[in-house]
Design a binder for this molecule. Structure first.
Ligand SMILES: C[S@@+](CC[C@H](N)C(=O)[O-])C[C@H]1O[C@@H](n2cnc3c(N)ncnc32)[C@H](O)[C@@H]1O
Length: 320
């Protein structure tokens, strides 16, 4: 951590219980579903010493658990990962270089919030262009000036773009248009410090969901929240990164789930409910027929078709 930056901000640190929220807005974020998820997870989590979340996204469940760690104190090893390189870069920068990130966000935020609507638009598209221009210069394993800048751009773009979407084109360039926010919170100082604290004993990795490097056994809890299988009416729903998560990937994940079941890991998985758009669809019901499948209500507004907006069911699959 850069000591100079730390001293500059030290007096603002709140020394209280650590409560941390997701740093980003993320499509498929699970804040809405937390009561349903914790109700189920609470049945077994105290038998576990390892928590793994291989599709971390914005990490709604992970941050909830870490913010209530006294309830989950049997967990000694925390492991999060995602396929999205930029997302993982951001978590690592928050973990190792939070003050340098805060400094960058402070500069961006003070410049941006002073501007009128037209100048904000120019600023947004210039930043997006810079973000894309440095794509090939980034060393994702090093926290140098350009990776810290990139992490700050990720936060800025996420807070000011349309619906907090992360969408890239075939060249890997971020192409989400600007959103409409009067007063976006680009820098949330206390939350970043809290997230930094929380991440200190967490291993953060970037890989495919099945490449977890931890030993998986009966004391492992895994929460899988893969990209949703698109409901018929909404085919762009899974575009989180260059690699689309198609039905073949959903099947591979089901196989992986089954294998871990043989290792006695406790697992919970969420996904969209294919039956919503087609009552005859039993894609997940047949893939996970050996396990418990429940349908729970969630509020969603990503769908473009009115009939799929609002309160819809999602599925929760568990092996306990
Ligand atoms: C539904 S989101 C997770 C949302 C998260 N639970 C939250 O509360 O914000 C799915 C995540 O899976 C990641 N992902 C997509 N394909 C993947 C793969 N093959 N392996 C690991 N992660 C992947 C995406 O980058 C995205 O962050």
């Amino acid at each position: 951590m850069k000591r100079g930056y730390m001293l500059e901000y030290e007096s603002q640190i709140e020394k209280k219980t650590i409560k941390a929220k997701p740093v980003l807005k993320w499509v498929g974020g699970k804040t809405q579903l937390l009561p349903e998820l914790t109700k189920r997870l609470n049945k077994v989590i105290n038998e576990c010493d390892t928590y793994i979340e291989p599709f971390i996204g914005a990490g709604a469940l992970f941050f909830h658990l870490k913010s209530n760690e006294y309830l989950y104190n049997t967990i000694k090893k925390w492991y999060i990962s995602d396929f999205n390189k930029d997302l993982v870069l951001l978590y690592r920068v928050v973990k190792y270089e939070v003050y340098a990130l805060i400094k960058e966000l402070d500069i961006i935020s003070s410049k941006y919030l002073k501007l009128n609507d037209n100048d904000r638009k120019t600023f947004y598209y210039d930043t997006r262009a810079q973000f894309n221009a440095i794509l090939n210069d980034i060393n994702y394993d090093l926290f140098d000036e350009s990776s810290i800048k990139r992490a700050a751009y990720i936060v800025f773009l996420n807070k000011t773009c349309f619906n907090g979407l992360y969408r890239v084109n075939a060249k890997g360039e971020f192409n989400v248009p600007m959103g409409k926010y009067k007063n976006p919170q680009i820098l949330n100082f206390n939350n970043l410090i809290n997230v930094n604290n929380i991440l200190q004993n967490v291993e953060i990795n970037c890989h495919n969901f099945s490449d977890i490097k931890y030993e998986i056994n009966e004391k492992t809890f895994i929460y899988f929240d893969p990209p949703y299988r698109p409901l018929k009416e909404n085919s762009s729903f899974t575009a989180y990164s260059k690699c689309d998560f198609d039905d073949e990937m959903q099947r591979n994940l089901a196989k992986y789930f089954k294998n871990n079941h043989y290792s006695s890991a406790k697992m919970l998985l969420s996904n969209s409910d294919s039956k919503l758009s087609d009552k005859e669809q039993d894609f997940f019901d047949s893939l996970y027929s050996d396990f418990s499948i429940e349908r729970v209500y969630a509020l969603r507004n990503v769908n473009s078709k009115g009939n799929l907006r609002g309160k819809i069911t999602e599925i929760l699959i568990s092996n306990f």
